[in-house]
Design a protein around this ligand. Structure first.
Ligand SMILES: Nc1ncnc2c1ncn2[C@@H]1O[C@H](COP(=O)(O)OP(=O)(O)O)[C@@H](O)[C@H]1O
Ligand SMILES: [Mg+2]
Length: 231
């Protein structure tokens, strides 16, 4: 199978510190790939390079037949707009907008979007769309942030520790819903985490250690989100 996205020999230095030391990976269409590693191992740095948020020191990122790392700023902006959704640990909702208004921020003029009602029902947020973020729980806020990221129907969804601020029940819900979105709408998910249980739900697990991919495993029997065991 041909990968939808790949990276070749990615390095990233910050001053004298070598954070990524030559990462090569492939990502397959409509799968959930976990990037697993302890805090400080370079997961966010790698994800941000793959999503075009930052440039690597050396190496290239490809998406389909395009080389993302060769794009001009304008090409990069167009590519991100058409292809990339982002979900962060801290939701990053706009506090002065309702849940519905926050989701609509993610709609790109001129591009088709997913049906708002269907998406909000799948994410189980249709009952509080008129509420402001401060009136919602963390889990509810994150589901609104996911709706905002996917309403434009991106090919690629980058989730950086998306359950890092949530408790067990809400984490399970978010992971379950991300897998549902993947199957329902066809979206390729990259999810950084230090949580091995979340990695067990993924079809692929890339483990980062010392700036390199230490392990690249295809998970033949991913577990369901509700079967994750929290400690
Ligand atoms: N913009 C930056 N400038 C300098 N150092 C950075 C920067 N971003 C990340 N780092 C360093 O890179 C290392 C990896 O960070 P990060 O990618 O955030 O790891 P993780 O997401 O796995 O916790 C850390 O040592 C961090 O301090
Ligand atoms: Mg991080």
């Amino acid at each position: 199978m041909k990968p939808i996205m790949s990276a070749e020999n990615i390095t990233k230095d910050y001053g004298k510190e070598k954070i990524l030391k030559g990462i090569t990976l492939s990502v397959y269409k409509d799968t959930f790939t976990a990037i697993l590693g302890p805090s400080g191992s370079g997961k966010s740095t790698l994800l941000n390079i793959l999503s075009g948020m930052i440039q690597p020191t050396t190496g290239c990122v490809r998406h389909g037949d395009k080389t993302v790392t060769n794009f001009t700023q304008a090409q990069l902006a167009d590519w991100k707009r058409a292809n990339v959704g982002n979900v962060f640990q801290n939701y990053l909702l706009l506090n002065n907008l309702t849940a519905a208004e926050n989701i609509k921020v993610g709609i790109c003029p001129g591009m088709s979007s997913l049906a708002f009602d269907r998406l909000t029902r799948i994410l189980e947020i249709n009952n509080f769309l008129d509420k402001f973020p401060a009136q919602l729980s963390g889990g509810q806020q994150q589901r609104v942030a996911i709706a905002r990221a996917v309403i434009k129907n991106p090919h690629l969804l980058f989730c950086d520790e998306a359950t890092g601020s949530l408790d067990e029940a809400n984490s399970k819900k978010v992971v379950e819903l991300l897998h549902n979105l993947k199957s329902t709408f066809g979206v390729t998910i990259l999810f950084t985490t230090h949580n091995e249980q979340i990695a067990r739900t993924a079809e692929r697990v890339l483990t980062i250690k010392d700036g390199l991919i230490y392990n690249d495993v295809t998970n033949k029997n991913p577990i369901g989100a509700n079967d994750m065991v929290w400690r």
